[in-house]
Design a protein around this ligand. Structure first.
Ligand SMILES: Cc1cc2nc3c(=O)[nH]c(=O)nc-3n(C[C@H](O)[C@H](O)[C@H](O)COP(=O)(O)OP(=O)(O)OC[C@H]3O[C@@H](n4cnc5c(N)ncnc54)[C@H](O)[C@@H]3O)c2cc1C
Length: 438
């Protein structure tokens, strides 16, 4: 896998994954080869950057977006495809920190972002969604009554409509002895995230944005009236900039770079399983469990199983990664022993220590939207919207994220810190399982 601190992969192309193998839009966006001027330059073409550009054009602006590799080349085009409201930090943790009404406003931003994702798909919905069914969050631990209570309080605080499913009902669809009570997020989606992010970039381009691929920002210079971004074959002069480079930011801006840890996480796609799939899974919904070191998975159209999880600093790849992921799968579904993997891959998320997105203005005209690791794609779209609204309408909703600042995240020991924390979480999960499930 590519390195988190380097901005480019070999040839800047997509890594081998389910997404790149089933990519619809194979045409490149142009590479920037001259000097252009714009009101707003967005740097980084993942979900956060593309959503920012898309929100800007929807509000009448004509931004320039530059992406070092390909649109969606980073985490956004490699992820699990689970799209739902919320953040990495739990709703009650957020409420305890900032108060209930502030937390409610934050969560409503992600509910609105889910609506925006649905709306922006337009007529392409069919090809952008792998499955329209929602997701389950299932408890790995036997804690009677707890999930039902959680659902009530989340529905109240977050303004969502989650449905409680008792263990027996859930196990009719998902035949694993590890599972207990669950809840369904019916509005959630299973997205083909690479097709989606490219589609969103195309729509923004049609509406007036200029999008450039294979155009890394090498240096950002402050000018009298704004900023000059030097790329390897040209430059962008802009009144304002928005940095959305996440874990792949490298040394472009040390303050932003030091505020997130690049955390690697992994996904595997199995071979098509035919009727064997029904030995384990009969539901169409995606599933993730509630261990800190959880797994998440869904089926895709040809009855393959798309399996995600893990954090590792050892950067396993190829067959070794497939073996590791398959071992995790067989813990949950031992009845699938003997199935094979088709491909496995990883990507880096930008993870802030406080588990909330980092959104704000570093200095006048220098915006950032990053740190979506764990919070995920819906939060990136919420981030893009509040930054675009701040730039165009002086809207202050971005200040809802002020309590979650750019605190130092632990670099250069980042990968060691992340790996050690993951091992501790695994131990904690194992102890809890032993204590509660005996
Ligand atoms: C394996 C995996 C599974 C995941 N599963 C899920 C999931 O199921 N659901 C969910 O919601 N989230 C999931 N996530 C998290 C989610 O993908 C991220 O939170 C989200 O995509 C982050 O988007 P981003 O735009 O901030 O970052 P990225 O998508 O990483 O984009 C950053 C972009 O900036 C570019 N860049 C960097 N430096 C420069 C530069 N100097 N000049 C120009 N461009 C630059 C990079 O090339 C990159 O394309 C997963 C992540 C991974 C890795």
């Amino acid at each position: 896998m590519d390195k988190p601190y380097s901005r480019t992969s070999e040839k800047n192309e997509y890594i081998d994954s389910y997404y790149s193998r089933t990519l619809d839009d194979k045409c490149d966006f142009d590479q920037l080869r001259n000097d252009v001027k714009t009101s707003v330059c967005v740097i980084g073409g993942g979900m956060a950057g593309v959503a920012t550009a898309h929100s800007l054009v929807e509000k009448g602006e004509k931004p320039v977006l530059i992406e070092a590799n390909r649109i969606g080349w980073g985490a956004s085009g490699r992820n699990g495809g689970f799209v739902s409201s919320g953040f990495s930090k739990g709703p009650w943790e957020v409420a305890n920190m900032v108060g209930e009404s502030h937390a409610r406003e934050l969560y409503q931003l992600t509910n609105a972002a889910l609506d925006s994702i649905n709306r922006r798909m337009g007529n392409e919905r069919e090809s952008l969604i792998d499955d329209p069914h929602g997701h389950f969050e299932v408890s790995w631990f036997n804690e009677p009554g707890k999930v039902e209570k959680q659902v009530e309080s989340m529905n109240d605080l977050m303004g969502v409509h989650y449905e409680f499913w008792p263990k027996d009902k859930f196990r009719e669809y998902y035949h694993s002895n590890h599972y207990h009570d669950a809840y369904l997020k019916p509005q959630a989606l299973q997205l083909h995230s690479l097709n989606y992010v490219r589609h969103s970039a195309r729509e923004a381009e049609k509406a007036g944005a200029q999008i450039f691929e294979k155009t890394p920002a090498i240096e950002i210079k402050k000018t009298q009236n704004g900023w000059k971004i030097i790329t390897d074959k040209g430059s962008v002069t802009a009144d304002q900039i928005v940095m959305c480079c996440s874990a792949y930011i490298g040394g472009l801006n040390f303050r932003l770079s030091n505020a997130t840890l690049p955390v690697a996480t992994y996904v595997m796609l199995t071979e098509p399983l035919g009727d064997r799939l029904k030995e384990a899974i009969k539901g169409k919904w995606g599933v993730s469990d509630n261990r800190v070191s959880s797994n998440y998975y869904r089926t895709v159209k040809d009855n393959s199983l798309f399996w995600g999880g893990r954090v590792s600093m050892f950067n396993p790849q190829g067959k070794k990664l497939e073996r590791i992921m398959m071992k995790d799968l067989l813990v949950v579904y031992p009845q699938l022993k003997g199935i094979k993997a088709n491909v496995a891959w990883g990507g880096f998320m930008g993870y802030p220590a406080h588990k909330m997105p980092q959104i704000g203005e570093l200095e006048p005209g220098f915006w950032y939207a990053q740190g979506f690791g764990g919070s995920g794609m819906t939060a990136t779209v919420a981030g893009g919207e509040v930054v675009a609204d701040a730039i165009i309408n002086n809207d202050e909703r971005y200040k809802l994220f002020e309590p979650f600042g750019l605190q130092y995240a632990g670099k250069p020991f980042g990968p060691i810190v992340a790996q050690t924390a993951y091992w501790l979480f695994q131990l904690q999960d194992a102890y809890k399982e032993w204590r509660l499930n005996r």
